[in-house]
Design a protein around this ligand. Structure first.
Ligand code: MN
Length: 193
């Protein structure tokens, strides 16, 4: 029996348009993420890893097992943090205060996040995380890495693998990253803090 299951999307496949098209969700969620789930289930079958959580596998395993588990964890956080587009979408409350305290302003935070997403060479993820003292920091993680491997608490992530944007934006990664701010569900992000 399969240990890990494909997450359910918390919105309809076309709910994020025009920022992320239904076609991109179809491939990204329906094919790429499903493949990571199927791969991990095959790798853990009959091993002690079948009894572990995704986070345990990401922290403590290696090779293909760690990569597939990392991609599942990363994509679950990614797809869960979105909602339908709204104009002037910005954080409020506790998460807004934490961002202002750590970066000076929401705009300064966005600028650094966009810049680190645009300049990450190859495939990977840009992350906002909290460190053990509650300070927020932005990191670039290559391939399937997740900030929990550094002891950080991940809060928000943009996927910069080409499969995340190529159907809609082709090579214009920066334009894709700029548009993502309109679909962030800041209440989901705040719950991770
Ligand atoms: Mn992806």
């Amino acid at each position: 029996m399969a240990k890990f299951e494909l997450m359910a999307l918390p919105y309809a496949q076309d709910a994020l348009e025009p920022v992320i098209s239904s076609a991109t969700i179809g491939f990204h969620y329906g094919k790429h993420l499903l493949t990571y789930v199927n791969n991990l289930n095959a790798l853990v079958e009959g091993t002690p890893w079948a009894e572990k959580t995704l986070e345990d596998i990401v922290r403590d395993s290696e090779g293909g097992m760690r990569n597939n588990a990392g991609q599942i964890l990363n994509h679950e956080m990614y797809f869960e943090q979105f909602k339908s587009p709204t104009e002037n979408n910005a954080p409020t409350g506790k998460i807004a205060d934490a961002i202002t305290k750590s970066f000076g302003s929401f705009e300064a935070f966005q600028k650094e996040f966009n810049q680190k997403g645009a300049t990450l060479f190859g495939s990977g993820w840009v992350w906002l995380s909290a460190d053990k003292d509650g300070k927020l920091i932005i990191t670039q993680e290559t391939n399937a890495a997740n900030p929990i491997q550094k002891g950080l608490t991940p809060l928000l992530t943009f996927d910069v693998w080409e499969h995340a944007y190529y159907l809609d934006y082709q090579n214009r990664r920066a334009d894709h990253l700029a548009a993502l701010w309109n679909i962030i569900d800041w209440q989901v992000v705040e719950k991770r803090l």
